[in-house]
Design a protein around this ligand. Structure first.
Ligand code: ADP
Length: 503
């Protein structure tokens, strides 16, 4: 039975959200709430119930009850139908979901308005997968008539912890595959951006998802997040966020040896050879860096340019960076909105100062836009540093903002050496017209995704995840089924006699 989703209304423009536990919207046990503010002008956009350990306990027990009571025995075809209904609802509500994402996070409408449909695709892909998850049969290696087969079974209760940079799509990545594989879910969205995850909860109830199959508990990392990660009743944590938090999650997961998959940060090299078309290379580099104001873990933040092209590239890249339309994210013409929070703005500003001190050359940006209508928001100009050495902090550390570090390389070996010389390995990209070279680099770069002459291609059917400190496990694609199920081996004796060794 579907739970009742309390209508979520706006009071004086401020929305009110409750926790979603066992199919019902409910206040937190403590009665505490927190505010979500607009990164555009700091106005309060929502007052949200703040979950902590007791609420996580309630959500986990609801998820366990739903797993044992209904979801683990719901036939895959029925699970698929529900996921398809959720997908339809996401698509039908796409405009409103996009608007809420922009209000909460500052993602420009040009991007956020697609998120409902993009998330619907994730649900549709996993609806298809639900009916294709199965074990294998195997023959014994020694003589004797035995039948061996594997059952691929759900894990149980999956905890999802998401970051603020793509709230709805991250919620879709954490929930759709887990549900398709027969698990129930407790989702803890990022504290800066809880709205669209709670809207997703509302839509799942509308679609008829049984009570307790998906629970959403907004709250803070060290309280609600930590309670989920260390909970003995949770079988797996799927986490996206910073690698320092990822390490903590792994430590907390040790309590009951739950499995963990981690999608962490990046400092992805975008390697541009001198045989490219300059305009296309610059356009791809801008796209790789400035989407979502640089707040994407796989952004192409280290731009490595071959020495013969370096000066021409820098000139055009700086020129185009200065033309990026920064502004109110509600305006469809805006290409770069604000950063998510004051804290994130401060972090970007600190790195700009570090870059200057380290001796990199600041070629454009470096401050807040002059436009007075943006003065209250967390805006930062597109910023380009050139003459960056790969040892500098601005080349090694994840800034998570619109800041490019442009480096020079000599040849293919040099590009690979510099490209791989970071603690991260989430993504990498190569721009060249030389096909053989492109594929050679795809093999040599230590990254979970390599883009050739493109950037940001991520599809529900393509595995996404990291090498090195960018994490382990993969999200999306068939590979993810391994991370959301476990195998059971079954042996059946088909012989007409019984081996009686102790006779
Ligand atoms: P970001 O800098 O992108 O916010 P975080 O890793 O801090 O990256 O946050 C990602 C998610 O992890 C958020 O939902 C946050 O609340 C959660 N989180 C942060 N700290 C912890 C923690 N100690 N335990 C569990 N979850 C945490």
């Amino acid at each position: 039975m579907a739970g009742t989703a309390q209508p979520i209304g706006a009071e004086n423009g401020v929305r009110r959200y409750q926790l979603f536990i066992n199919g019902k919207f409910t206040d937190s046990r403590s009665g505490k709430t927190f505010e979500s503010i607009s990164p555009h002008d700091r106005s309060v956009v929502a007052v949200v119930a703040e979950g902590d350990k007791t609420d996580i306990d309630a959500a986990v027990s609801a998820a366990r009850g739903a797993y044992e009571g209904v979801w683990s025995t719901t036939p895959p075809g029925e699970r698929a139908k529900l996921l398809l209904k959720i997908a339809d609802l996401l698509e039908a509500n796409s405009a409103e979901l996009g608007r809420l994402e922009t209000l909460d996070m500052g993602m420009p409408m040009v991007m956020s308005s697609a998120m409902g449909a993009v998330s619907a695709d994730v649900f549709r892909y996993w609806a298809g997968m639900a009916t294709k998850i199965h074990g294998l049969t195997g023959e014994p290696m020694r003589p004797g008539d035995y039948l061996g087969y594997t059952l691929r079974e759900p894990l149980g209760v999956v905890g999802g912890i998401t970051p603020w940079n793509g709230p709805l799509i991250m919620a879709a990545w954490k929930t759709a595959p887990a549900l398709a594989c027969g698990n129930t879910v407790v989702l803890k969205p990022a504290e800066h951006t809880p709205m669209t995850s709670l809207e997703l909860a509302r839509l799942t109830a509308e679609a008829g998802l049984p009570e307790g199959v998906l629970n959403v508990v907004p709250g803070f990392g060290p309280t609600a997040g930590a309670a989920l990660a260390s909970h003995p009743g949770v079988d797996k944590i799927a986490f996206t966020g910073e690698y320092v938090t990822g390490r903590l999650i792994v430590q907390m997961s040790a309590s009951n040896l739950k499995t963990v998959t981690l999608e962490l940060g990046g400092k992805s090299p975008h390697i541009i050879f001198d045989d490219v078309d300059l305009e296309a290379a610059v356009a791809t580099a801008l796209f790789g860096l400035y989407m979502n104001s640089g707040q994407i873990c796989s952004a192409g933040t280290r731009i490595l340019v071959q020495e013969g092209l370096y000066d021409r590239f820098v000139e055009r890249f700086v020129e185009r960076s200065q033309q990026v339309k920064v502004g109110d994210p509600m305006d469809f013409a805006t290409r770069m909105g604000p950063l998510v929070s004051e804290e994130q703005l401060g972090k970007v500003q600190r790195y700009v100062e570090i870059g200057k001190k380290e001796g990199a050359r600041l070629r454009c940006g470096g401050g807040q836009p002059k436009d007075p209508t943006l003065a209250r928001g967390f805006y930062h100009e597109p910023t380009v540093f050139t003459e960056v050495d790969n040892k500098m902090q601005i080349a090694q550390e994840e800034i998570f903002g619109p800041v490019a570090s442009v480096l020079r390389f000599h040849d293919e070996d040099d590009a690979v050496r510099i490209g791989n010389d970071v603690i991260y390995g989430l993504a990498a990209g190569v721009q060249t017209k030389d096909l053989k070279r492109a594929h050679r680099l795809a093999k040599r770069l230590q990254a979970g995704t390599v883009w050739i002459n493109t950037w940001h291609m991520i599809e529900p059917n393509s595995p996404f995840g990291g090498y090195k400190l960018s994490g382990y496990g993969r999200e999306n694609g068939v590979a993810m089924v391994e991370h959301l199920t476990r195998l059971k081996q079954v042996w059946v004796d088909l012989n007409d006699f019984t081996m009686d060794l102790f006779a």
